[in-house]
Structures are given as structure tokens and as C-alpha cells.
Design a protein around this ligand. Structure first.
Ligand code: G1P
Length: 279
């Protein structure tokens, strides 16, 4: 049994919902007060014990690489001063992780982005996947930790799901299956972005996955799906047909920070939670 230590962060997408900001800045660098979205996703993985971080990046995303690198001039500037505390969190992440980057040259979907990570993950390691625009907050175990508990129990791929109201269903991967424990479903089928009448349930996949390494061979062999993209949902469906996918109805809050409404809600939530926040 392989210990989970690796996590993929697909960050290559264009972020068209946030144009024109995303013309020159990655959407993953949108600030939630003073930390970018990607920082929260990485924190979640690190808290869950995943400290080998692999970013699937692309052109125009260099701000992410720089964020997770040293900045000698700035560090020297604030050294010994009160402002140095603002760099502590990111410094802790850098000190406790190993970070690598690979570029996705053509934006061909989430499945293709994950396949680009094969070279960093290797052939026989299970790994986490975090989509940073799904920003999640929990009082107890974070979403990735909840998925890891299920992975340790069932030894197969695990996806986080939540109940959706109908208008959101056509934007998500939707799963169905048998409830085998409280909040735990053995997935039998899944569909990417179905129309309402074709959706097998109202349970949508949110951007947290644990994938077993056979997913790479499946991704290499599937053809393009919805939107002419290689869809991770289509590869997972093949695992699901063999009973090898568990869905976790996760506990916690999720903000879709690709939408302006949820993005602002996430900022307000963080501001209120840390109302002592001061610069
Ligand atoms: C991707 C996945 C989809 C999932 C969603 C979660 O879609 O393809 O199955 O439900 O992330 O955020 P995207 O948001 O990239 O269209």
C-alpha cells in the first residue's frame, strides 16, 4: 500500500469567467483578502500530509511559480521588521514541501491536465487533486483529509461530492451509486455536465479527488468527451463500473471562486472569520 504524499494542482485553465483580470494574471492568484486562492488549496493538501506538490501550469501562469519561490530582495527588506510575519505562512509551505511544475501546452480539459502530471506522479502512486477555485472551509477535518480516510478504508479512487440545486447540475460531473455508509457512496455511474433530464442524481463532484494510478492508462485511452475535452469524469466512470470509485458527501463549506458571487461570499466569510484581521 502506497502512502499518499503527492498532490496535483491543475492551474493551466484560462479563467475566462474572470476576464479581463485573467488576461495577464492566473485566476488562481485572485486574492481572498491577502492570500491567493491557490495558497488555500495548497494549505489544505499540506494539512492532509500531502507535501509533494505538482502544478500543471501553462503560459501566463508564472506568477504562481514565483509565489512559491524565494524573493530575496523582499525577504531582506522585511527581515527583523513586523511585516515579516506576513510572509510566515508561505515560508512554512515552502519549507515543508517539494514543489514541481509541468506545463500543459494545449488546454484540452481536466483529464488531459491530470495526464500531464504522470511524469511527476509516476506509475504506481495514488495522488490527490485539488482544483483551487473550489475553496473549502471546515471546522474539523478538511475535505482532502475526509477523502484520505475513505481512501485508506476502500483503497480506490475517491471524489468529493455535494448536493446541488438543479441550475448547477449541467456544470458538474454528476455521480450515482449505492450508499454504503453515512455520506459514503460506492459510485456505479457518472456523467460529465449532463442536461437536467440526463442527470443520474443531484450529487456533483467538487474539485477534490484521490486517484489511483491506473487512471493514467484510462486517460491515455479515452477519446474527447463534453466540450471536445478529455474529461476526468469519463476515465473515473470506467473505474466506477468496476466498483473502484467512492464518493464522499463531504462536511464543510464550498465556495466556487470561479463565480463572482461565491468569490465575494468567500472573501466576506474569511473576513468575518478573522475579524481581527489587520494589516
Ligand atoms: C471540473 C470537472 C467536473 C467537476 C468540476 C468541479 O469541471 O470536469 O466534473 O464537477 O470540475 O469544480 P470544470 O469546472 O473544470 O468545468
Amino acid at each position: 500500500m502506497h502512502t499518499l504524499t503527492k498532490c496535483l494542482f491543475p492551474v493551466a485553465g484560462y479563467g475566462t469567467r474572470f476576464l479581463p483580470f485573467t488576461k495577464s494574471m492566473p485566476k488562481e492568484m485572485l486574492p481572498i483578502i491577502n492570500k491567493p486562492l491557490i495558497h488555500y488549496g495548497v494549505e489544505e493538501a499540506v494539512v492532509a500530509g500531502l507535501n509533494e506538490l505538482c502544478f500543471i501550469t501553462s503560459r501566463n501562469k508564472r506568477a504562481i511559480d514565483d509565489y512559491f519561490d524565494v524573493h530575496y530582495e523582499l525577504e531582506q527588506q522585511v527581515a527583523g521588521r513586523d511585516q515579516a510575519r506576513h510572509l510566515q505562512d508561505i515560508q512554512d509551505i515552502m519549507d515543508n514541501t517539494c514543489i514541481s511544475f509541468v506545463r500543459q501546452r494545449h488546454i484540452l480539459g481536466l483529464g488531459n491536465a491530470i495526464l500531464c502530471g504522470k511524469t511527476l506522479i509516476g506509475d504506481n502512486c495514488p495522488f490527490g487533486v485539488v482544483l483551487a477555485d473550489d475553496l473549502c472551509f471546515n471546522e474539523g477535518k478538511n475535505v482532502m483529509q475526509q477523502l484520505m480516510d475513505l481512501y485508506n478504508q476502500y483503497q480506490c479512487s475517491v471524489v468529493a461530492v455535494q448536493e446541488l440545486s438543479p441550475e448547477y447540475i449541467p456544470n458538474f460531473g454528476i455521480v450515482t451509486g449505492e450508499t454504503i455508509a453515512d455520506g459514503t457512496i460506492r459510485v456505479s455511474d457518472m456523467v460529465e455536465k449532463p442536461s437536467l433530464d440526463q442527470a443520474p442524481s443531484n450529487l456533483g463532484i467538487v474539485g477534490r479527488y484521490i486517484l489511483t494510478p491506473d487512471i493514467f492508462t484510462l486517460l491515455e485511452n479515452i477519446s474527447s468527451g463534453v466540450n471536445n475535452e478529455i474529461q476526468i469524469t469519463d476515465a473515473l466512470r470506467q473505474q466506477a463500473m468496476h466498483g473502484q470509485v467512492i464518493a464522499c458527501v463531504f462536511k464543510g463549506l464550498r465556495f466556487d471562486c470561479g463565480s463572482t458571487k461565491d468569490y465575494i461570499a468567500a472573501i466576506n466569510y474569511c473576513y468575518q472569520k478573522h475579524s481581527g484581521h489587520q494589516n
